[in-house]
Design a protein around this ligand. Structure first.
Ligand SMILES: *[C@@H]1O[C@H](CO)[C@@H](O)[C@H](O)[C@H]1NC(C)=O
Ligand SMILES: *[C@@H]1O[C@H](CO)[C@@H](O)[C@H](O)[C@H]1NC(C)=O
Ligand SMILES: *[C@@H]1O[C@H](CO)[C@@H](O)[C@H](O)[C@H]1NC(C)=O
Ligand SMILES: *[C@@H]1O[C@H](CO)[C@@H](O)[C@H](O)[C@H]1NC(C)=O
Length: 590
């Protein structure tokens, strides 16, 4: 069955690499959809094996000892040449396999034997390129630390990876530590279960849902229990995430399970609050998964038992069949508000309601979006006559799929959106349509939901909200023109990560020199470090990289944001003219 999934994926690779020429970058930066040319590049220049850079006698790794056990790590070297300790692939929960599949995570509190944390662990199951290390036994943390500095514990950043809740991982090829570890910070990256294996939500006692989030909670509890042994301060934990990870950060701010586990939050390009309230189950996805896996669709107990018996490769490999129109819908899984069956619940009420009632773990919160987000999705439609024709002819049915709108939305609403972004004319393969459609994709999936979240939180949290738009475009982007290989003039979804993490599955390391990209790494890592350290991203006079910047918090009456480009600029009212139509169509009381 694995090979069947691979045939399917290779079809996509060919399609993406060949005819859909604009779509060089894929939705979430997933390795498996890399274009043909990108694949060859990867084969010619494989990402450096981290162990290559370890000092001699790598078998003598550093050892950390915590309340729970002993861990043997390895050495790595940062961008500026600092030697630091890496502890990778540490299980924080029992392997979620067999009877534990679809069950909430079972934490590991004690490690009877020395844990070999000297090697990279697997990614959780999702479609990846052949030979990539994937396993259902994937609930791991990675810890990177410079060690104690002047005998003081360091602030901790826990990074929750992106990937739409159905792809990517916390592995160091997708969330590499080489930039942040030039700062005095402990970085933790984590895996959590993905797709149906993480988010099956039947609305019943057997599978109330949110297991992928409960994994994250157990990882955060692991941090509380163990991180001091790695030089980290468990009273200064920042949870940070991009896209699905950004959604997760917001969710932890509301979850009763996450209370007290963190002290600041960073949500990039992802929001839990969107147009409509969250559902209480995802029977729609469960039934689709059952159909793909040849399982009963009507009886929930039979469906559950049947899916539990299927090989994980088969379940993960069916991801592409969730797409209904081209590569849409992009958003397949979301959190659910769990009905109460006496279980430990991750979300107990609708997030917008929680925020409005002030039931938020109020912490300093950094919220951002990029200038382009999903603009490139327009090319995938306009360059494909079939897709363009059906979007033109069948807007009422396609728009809800493409733009993550309720399937029940009225013709009036959908027409209003269309007019607002595209005017009266049909879509054409031209720059005007590309601009309008690209903006609609970006605003629908990310821009407006983030706008809504920032505006709600800044009204109801007792702690400051720092809002930003990332507009910098450097040498690389998650969208690069297939022929010229040049980025566009808009920053794509995930582009801010390029300056925070080494992403060697896809981009070369940004060296230390006078280039703007190098300076951007210094600035972005300084923002994160300062925020993790003090709760304020730009403390006065403490860091050279950011010397002349001030970043006032966003207030309901003075909606400041920082534009992050070559220069940093403070502005107000981020794209509020564009978001107005959404606020009118999906009104809430802020
Ligand atoms: C256009 O999209 C359709 C539907 O996703 C796909 O089947 C077809 O192969 C695409 N055509 C080209 C030329 O890429
Ligand atoms: C769209 O226009 C581009 C040039 O801008 C061209 O290469 C491509 O073939 C066109 N695609 C379609 C489906 O018309
Ligand atoms: C319109 O789109 C829906 C959903 O993809 C599809 O089921 C239907 O067949 C389409 N109708 C036409 C006329 O293309
Ligand atoms: C892009 O890379 C080139 C070659 O390394 C470098 O000279 C240039 O400054 C870089 N541009 C930016 C914006 O960093």
């Amino acid at each position: 069955m694995y090979s069947k999934a691979w045939v399917l994926l290779c079809v996509v690779c060919v399609v993406v690499g060949g005819s859909l020429d604009y779509m060089d970058s894929d939705t979430w930066g997933r390795p498996f959809q890399a274009s043909g040319s990108r694949r060859q590049e990867m084969m010619r220049f494989p990402p450096p094996d981290i162990s290559d850079r370890e000092p001699t006698r790598p078998e003598v790794g550093p050892i950390a000892q915590s309340l729970s056990g002993q861990f043997r790590g390895s050495w790595m070297e940062s961008r500026r040449g600092r030697r630091f300790q890496a502890y990778r692939g540490i299980r924080y929960a029992k392997p979620p396999v067999g009877e534990l599949r679809f069950q909430p995570p079972k934490p590991i509190l004690n490690y009877p034997e020395m844990v070999d944390a000297s090697k990279e662990g697997p990614a959780c199951p999702s479609p990846t390129r052949p030979g990539y290390f994937v396993d259902e036994d994937c609930l791991i943390v990675n810890v990177y630390t410079p060690g104690l500095i002047k005998a003081r514990l360091l602030p901790v950043i826990v990074f929750i990876h992106p990937g739409g809740f159905y792809s990517m991982s916390g592995r160091s090829d997708l969330a590499g530590p080489h930039y942040l570890l030039d700062k005095d910070v402990v970085l933790v990256t984590i895996n959590y279960r993905l797709g149906s294996l993480g988010f099956l939500a039947l609305g019943n006692r057997q599978a109330p849902g949110n297991n992928g989030f409960k994994d994250q909670v157990v990882a955060l509890r692991w941090v509380q229990r163990n991180i001091a042994a790695f030089g980290g301060d468990h009273d200064r934990v920042t949870i940070a995430g991009c896209s699905a990870g950004g959604v997760s950060v917001m969710a932890h701010m509301l979850s009763p399970m996450s209370k007290g586990l963190f002290h600041r939050g960073i949500s990039m390009s992802g929001s839990l609050t969107s147009k409509v309230p969250l559902p209480t189950d995802r029977l729609d996805n469960a039934v689709k998964q059952a159909r793909m896996s040849g399982c009963p669709e009507d009886d929930m107990t039979l469906l559950y038992e049947c899916l539990k018996s299927k090989p994980w490769r088969e379940i993960a490999g069916s991801l592409l069949k969730f797409y209904e129109f081209g590569y849409d819908p992009l958003v397949i899984w979301r959190p659910v508000v769990e009905p109460d069956f006496g279980q430990e619940r991750f979300l107990t009420e609708e997030p917008m309601e929680s925020i409005r009632k002030g039931r938020v773990h109020a912490v300093p919160f950094l919220v951002s979006q990029t200038s382009g987000e999903f603009f490139w999705k327009a090319f995938t439609i306009l360059k494909n006559q079939t897709l363009m024709d059906s979007m033109n002819a069948n807007w009422t049915n396609i728009a809800p799929i493409a733009f993550s709108l309720p399937r029940t939305d009225s013709l009036d609403k959908l027409t209003r959106l269309r007019l607002s972004y595209l005017g009266e004319k049909p879509l054409k393969n031209d720059t005007a349509s590309a601009a309008g459609l690209g903006q609609l994709y970006g605003d629908a999936i990310t821009g407006f939901p983030v706008h809504r979240m920032a505006n709600l939180i800044c009204r109801h949290s007792s702690q400051p909200v720092y809002y930003a738009e990332f507009t910098y475009v450097g040498n690389h982007s998650h969208y690069e023109h297939p022929v010229t290989k040049k980025p566009s003039n808009l920053a794509a979804h995930h582009d801010d990560l390029i300056y925070l993490f080494s992403l060697n599955y896809r981009f070369p390391m940004i060296g230390v020199d006078d280039s703007l990209d190098s300076k951007m790494v210094d600035k972005m890592t300084a923002l994160w470090y300062n925020f993790a350290n003090t709760g304020y991203p730009v403390p006065l006079g403490t860091t050279n990289e950011l010397s002349s910047v001030s970043w006032p918090a966003m207030k309901p009456a003075m909606r400041n944001y920082l534009r992050i480009d070559k220069e940093f600029t403070v502005l107000q009212n981020l794209h509020e003219d564009r978001f107005q139509v959404w606020d009118e169509l999906y009104p809430i009381h802020y």
